[in-house]
Write a protein that binds this ligand. Structure first.
Ligand code: ATP
Length: 370
């Protein structure tokens, strides 16, 4: 499933040069973005970056100050929220406390004037979908947080919207339940064949669930890509930092040939990079970004290493599935390197304050503009 790679795929949701101002404040700045049908799309960014505003404009709670939003080719301007084929689920799911689960789910359908037998059938389907058949007669306060969340979900898809918008949908759940629910949401989206747009500030959540992620900052989109691309090929320093752990080496491009870049760090250390990309221009001030798991730590300089820097083990954290090393390089920079414990047992038994080498392959990181 990768409609964004298909030049003939029809865009489903289109933000075209959308700006939203609140007084003098620009919450969304000339933003363009395309989402495809049946995509699970995540808007990821820090608090205040404008992601909720974007969602609210799609739902019709706010109108853009400039630009337009199209859904399946139709300009949504002026269409009230209840006439858009879009439903929104909020973090505070606001179930009606005095109503049973089934009545909560049926509420919107009754309002729409759906016939009673159809409502019953739909509610039964929805209860089954979220695996709450036995809880139909309970009231929200008789449910766990995770169950309440599923009622809210059932209620928001009961009317069969084409697009479901989820604003921090799992924010109220604890970590374990949140992780389980992420997979449930993915299954549900597949089963219903809907387009999901989820807003989150949690990068792991976005990475787990989404087909593609838009990373936002100050009302603008910094990068739109699959989770793997965002992680492996971040387009900027901001994105590299925002998603996952990363080491950054500031330096200057000392030599640039066809597909090899040689970088000189502030203390003279040399790094060789293959396929440096657009930022790798002769004499450019750049940062070299490399993920911790791409770095190997060893007590001896590996014979075959193209890039090897020497330092001292500063910290070791055992995390169960992996071990994280902090190595202080001789120029003072602290490097984070991680190794899966399943493979680490074959490496040296490094310990605190040992001399150590960090090494990495020339294709292990990316060159980014400073
Ligand atoms: P969070 O994760 O904290 O919800 P967000 O990225 O979703 O953040 P938005 O809710 O979209 O951010 O808000 C973006 C900016 O616009 C914020 O600085 C916010 O204060 C401002 N803003 C949002 N709604 C309004 C409003 N109705 N009036 C004035 N400013 C607003």
């Amino acid at each position: 499933f990768a409609p964004w790679k298909d030049p003939n795929a029809k865009p489903y949701i289109q933000f075209e040069n959308v700006t939203k101002k609140f007084g003098d404040f620009t919450a969304v700045n000339n933003l363009s973005l395309t989402i495809f049908e049946r995509e699970f799309f995540a808007l990821l960014g820090a608090s205040g970056c404008g992601k909720s505003t974007l969602l609210r404009m799609l739902a019709g709670f706010e109108e853009p100050t400039a630009g337009r939003i199209l859904l399946d080719g139709q300009d949504l301007r002026g269409i009230p929220p209840y006439r858009r084929p879009v439903n929104m689920m909020f973090q505070s799911y606001a179930l009606f406390p005095h109503m049973t689960v089934e009545n909560n789910i049926a509420f919107g359908l009754k309002q729409e004037g759906m016939a009673k037998p159809d409502i019953e059938k739909r509610v039964t389907d929805m209860l089954k979908l979220v695996k709450l058949e036995q809880f139909a007669k309970r009231k929200p306060h008789q449910l766990s947080g995770g169950q309440r969340q599923r009622v809210a979900l059932a209620r928001s898809v009961a009317k069969r919207p084409k697009v479901l918008l989820l604003d921090e949908p799992l924010g109220a759940l604890d970590k374990k339940l949140r992780e389980e629910t992420q997979f449930e949401l993915m299954d549900l989206q597949q089963e219903l064949g809907l387009t999901f747009v989820v807003v989150t500030h949690d990068q792991e959540e976005a990475m787990t669930m989404a087909d593609r992620i838009a990373i936002m900052d100050k009302g603008e989109v910094m990068q739109v890509a699959t989770p793997a691309e965002v992680y492996e090929a971040p387009a900027s320093r901001f994105v590299a930092h925002f998603v996952g752990n990363v080491n950054m080496f500031e330096g200057k491009v000392a030599e640039q040939s066809a597909n090899t870049t040689r970088i000189t760090g502030p203390s003279g250390a040399q790094i060789v990079v293959e396929n440096g990309g657009a930022a790798a221009k002769a004499n450019a001030d750049i940062v070299f970004a490399i993920r911790p798991e791409k770095i190997r730590v060893s007590s001896k300089k590996p014979a075959d290493a193209v890039n090897a820097l020497e330092g001292e083990v500063y910290d070791i954290a055992y995390l169960g599935d992996m071990t994280v090393y902090h190595v202080r390089l001789d120029d003072g920079q602290i490097i984070r390197a991680s190794a899966l414990n399943a493979v680490r047992v074959t490496e040296d038994p490094l310990t605190w304050n040992d001399r150590a080498w960090v090494s990495f392959r020339p294709d292990a990181g990316v060159v980014l503009a400073r």
